[in-house]
Design a protein around this ligand. Structure first.
Ligand SMILES: *Cc1c(COP(=O)(O)O)cnc(C)c1O
Length: 426
């Protein structure tokens, strides 16, 4: 019979003994979630300031999404794509109208969706652009994070993620992030570039927000060289950064509309994952127009679970919640308050060097060396004080609460963070 968990120590010991050690979690064992809160097995309550890497933008166990899960879970869950199902078509219509693209290709995890757009871009390159067989190149940004598959880690420059997993997949050209000139040079020195794959804000790298015109400039360069701009919005998308997509930019609509025409830069492909699940059931998707998506024919790509009725029904409700509860506008408004409060902390305490981010995807940089344990130690103290966050790289702590957080709660959280910083090492 399965063991019942009665303490954190017991749960951690079980994972340590029986699970692969492919993560290094904070020693907190969570047992329940609701909205912005989670509770550990001892019953201690925490604010969630990670949101499962932005997969729970709608808040934990959102009742509307839960209803959908239960309803569809008792009706039809999986058919495979050997047959049609009555949920996929409506979902495809809904999501393509929602984001303004002709077509969608549904998958399950983020990494799979990134793999999907790599395959589409290469095939487009051979069949539409006329690149010679096996010569296609894709430009990527240094310090990217696009997932964990063999091909995706092939163009990572994080040694820990990459070392001893070779041989690596060829066909990728790394350039500096936030440097359109570097993108142009890569195009100029290689006629076989079919696409530029980029995160509109680099999340895992430490919430690096590029200059305002970066994506727009890159789009222009891609057009000039007849190549595709691929935006990986797996972490930044679905209202996280204060608009439906980070490529929507900062227009005056304040996050209310779907496509912010004034500042919107339209990628040729958008990759979605994480929050499209509502935190319930893994769903990912690639959006593109016909001229790109139609290069894929039957048998050339797919997944047993991709487009399954349970997943797409959950994803539809997850997107409805984002729209109906105006989560983009909330993220935008509370993001300003959060950064203002954190700037105050930066000004007051030497321990924190800076705050940066957009919407409710933010990070503080701790004033210590990148290999120090200070950021980790601060996260341990934050947990003690009832707020869960995790260092991204070395001395950077990411703060990304569920987007259903209220103004009062965000102030409460800023108080916790400020108090923790003020008392650290005292
Ligand atoms: C999380 C993430 C991925 C990978 O998604 P998985 O579901 O973990 O495979 C890819 N790109 C970005 C930008 C991400 O944040």
């Amino acid at each position: 019979m399965q063991e019942t968990i009665k303490s954190s120590e017991q749960a951690i010991a079980l994972e340590d003994k029986h699970g692969a050690h492919n993560y290094h979690p904070l020693p907190v064992v969570l047992a329940r979630g609701e909205g912005v809160f989670m509770w550990d097995v001892e019953g201690k309550k925490y604010y969630d300031f990670l949101s499962a890497y932005s997969a729970v933008n709608q808040g934990h166990c959102h009742p509307r999404i839960l209803d959908t899960l239960i309803q569809q879970g008792g009706t039809l869950t999986l058919t495979s794509r050997a047959f049609y199902n009555d949920q996929l078509g409506p979902f495809e219509k809904y999501i393509t109208e929602y984001f303004g693209f002709d077509k969608v290709l549904p998958m399950n995890t983020g990494a799979e969706a990134v793999e999907t757009c790599i395959k589409i871009a290469r095939k487009w390159g051979y069949e539409k652009k006329g690149v010679a067989e096996n010569a296609a190149q894709i430009i990527v940004a240094k310090n990217n994070f696009h997932g964990r598959t063999t091909t995706v880690i092939s163009f990572s420059n994080d040694n820990n993620a990459r070392d001893n997993f070779g041989p690596y997949t060829p066909g990728f050209i790394p350039v500096d992030y936030d440097d359109p000139k570097a993108v142009r040079e890569a195009f100029e020195s290689n006629p076989n570039v079919v696409a530029f794959l980029v995160e509109p804000i680099q999340g895992e790298a430490g919430v690096y927000r590029p200059s305002n015109d970066y994506i727009r400039e890159c789009k222009k360069i891609c057009e000039e060289f007849d190549a595709l701009l691929i935006a990986d919005e797996i972490q930044t998308g679905i209202a996280r950064t204060g608009s439906l997509l980070a490529v929507c930019g900062d227009c005056s609509c304040k996050g209310h509309c779907e496509r912010q025409e004034e500042t919107y830069v339209r990628p040729d492909m958008v990759v979605l994952g994480k929050a499209i699940s509502g935190g319930f059931y893994p769903v990912s998707a690639v959006l593109a127009d016909d001229a790109v998506m139609n290069v894929i024919g039957p048998g050339q790509h797919g997944s047993t679970f991709g487009g399954n009725p349970l997943g797409v029904k959950v994803a539809t409700t997850a997107l409805e919640v984002v729209r109906d509860e105006k989560l983009a506008a909330n993220a935008r408004k509370l993001g300003h308050i959060f950064r203002e409060r954190m700037q105050n902390v930066v000004d007051k305490y030497d321990l924190v060097k800076l705050v940066r981010g957009k919407g409710l995807l933010n990070a503080i940089v701790i004033n210590d060396s990148e290999d120090s344990s200070t950021a980790w130690d601060i996260c341990m103290k934050l947990a003690e004080n009832g707020l869960l966050a995790k260092p991204t790289h070395g001395n950077i702590i990411r703060f990304a609460p569920p987007l259903v957080i209220t103004e009062e709660q965000i102030h409460d959280c800023c108080d916790i963070i400020e108090r923790t910083i003020a008392n650290f090492n005292k």
